[in-house]
Design a binder for this molecule. Structure first.
Ligand code: PLP
Length: 376
């Protein structure tokens, strides 16, 4: 079936559902476990407060998180659930870390995403930013004895650099601290075995965030949060008032994060997994990485341009010879052309450009055109 046929069929299905919704029971008439294969039928806006109010949403979320855990090669037994954004996932992890350690200091790299700083600020936790080495990786010679959580980044926002997770995890744990890994962007690449070099040590993490909405083709928003310490999350988040008590002794996903009611995000993750399949997703990731490598080669071969940081995943950080103002003008004009969109960052005070590839429809012709627009 084509995308168009699927779309018409889906609209038909929704129209039929809405026509007949008055004849259906208000509450799903199923037992825990019944829905593990029978998923799409509960697609329409379940009020997912607990298992009773939204069995399909609860069960599908657990099921697909476990599929993705396996696809990414993460340890057995990790508990996964979905938050709206990586900012919330990291917030939840820091809350669990604070609860587990009784400490209030967070350490991350100077290149960690601003969400870590914002989360720490919202929680009234002290943030310490660690310097990086020549490859833009967080240094590990840190004092951690009063630290609640170390946040290691796999795929930093600006440069896609990869912190030394194994060493940070070992040091964090021997100091009694929690290790949270922010792989919001790059974690999706672990679906490809050859990209798992960046996963080294992640199996030691206490918590991990990967955004399926960044590079796993799931439309915004969908942030996947796993933990090796579900008990610590429950201790931090579980609060069941009388009006939410039900007779089933089953999972409440609200025990693992800040929100009670949740959207049926697992359905779109399920749809992406079923539409593309593991091999389809791998092929796309590989193509994006190939295209980024190709673009990096063009930049490298042109004496008027240079790569500004080591190239990882599907991000290229580069600049044209000349002043910061000239480079800024290039970004402004390129973006105003309506043909491409790229962003910038600063490295050691210098303005650098960032080209990121992550869309299922991006082709080599698009990347070639981007290069032409930039040179023009
Ligand atoms: N972590 C990293 C590494 C990111 O690159 C980003 C966003 O770009 C975030 C966290 C924050 O993501 P979100 O918008 O889902 O909160």
């Amino acid at each position: 079936m084509s995308f168009r046929d699927d779309g018409y069929a889906a609209v038909e299905w929704v129209a039929r559902y809405l026509d007949g919704v008055g004849d259906l029971p208000v509450l799903a008439q199923v037992e825990p476990g019944d829905l593990s294969a029978e998923l799409l039928a509960a697609a329409l806006n379940p009020v997912a407060l607990n298992w009773r109010s939204a069995p399909a949403s609860t069960e599908l979320e657990l099921r697909v998180l476990d599929w993705v855990r396996q696809l990414l090669g993460l340890p057995d037994g990790w508990h996964g659930h979905i938050e709206d954004a990586a900012s919330t996932s990291t917030l939840a992890a820091l809350i669990a870390a604070r609860q587990a350690t009784g400490r209030t200091v967070v350490v991350c790299s100077e290149h960690a995403h601003s969400s870590v700083e914002k989360d720490a600020r919202m929680l009234g936790m002290e943030l310490r930013k660690a310097p990086v080495d020549d490859e833009l990786r967080m240094r590990t010679d840190l004092r951690l004895d009063d630290v609640a959580a170390v946040v290691a980044t796999v795929g930093t926002t600006s440069f896609a650099s990869v912190d030394p997770v194994r060493e940070l995890a070992e040091r964090a744990h021997s100091a009694g601290a929690w290790l949270h890994v922010d792989a919001a962007y790059a974690g999706s690449s672990w679906i490809c075995e050859e990209e798992r070099w960046s996963q080294d040590g992640v199996e030691l993490a206490d918590s991990l965030v990967v955004n399926a909405s960044k590079w796993l083709l799931v439309p915004m928003d969908c942030s996947l949060l796993w933990t090796a310490r579900p008990d610590a999350f429950r201790e931090a988040f579980s609060l069941v008032p009388e009006y939410l008590r039900t007779s089933e002794d089953v999972y409440a996903l609200s025990d693992y994060g800040p929100v009670l009611g949740r959207r049926f995000r697992s359905l779109k993750l399920w749809a992406v997994l079923r539409c593309f399949g593991a091999e389809g997703l791998r092929a796309l990731q590989r193509e994006h990485i190939r295209l980024a490598g190709l673009f990096a080669d063009w930049v490298d071969a042109d004496p008027e341009w240079e790569l500004a940081a080591p190239q990882h995943f599907s991000l290229v950080v580069f600049r044209r010879n000349g002043t910061d103002e000239e480079n800024e003008a290039i970004v402004e004009r390129a973006n105003r052309s309506g043909e491409i969109f790229l962003s910038h960052t600063k490295l050691n005070g210098r303005y650098v450009l960032r080209l990121a590839i992550g869309n299922a429809r991006t082709t080599e012709a698009d990347v070639r055109r981007a290069w032409e627009v930039l040179r023009r």
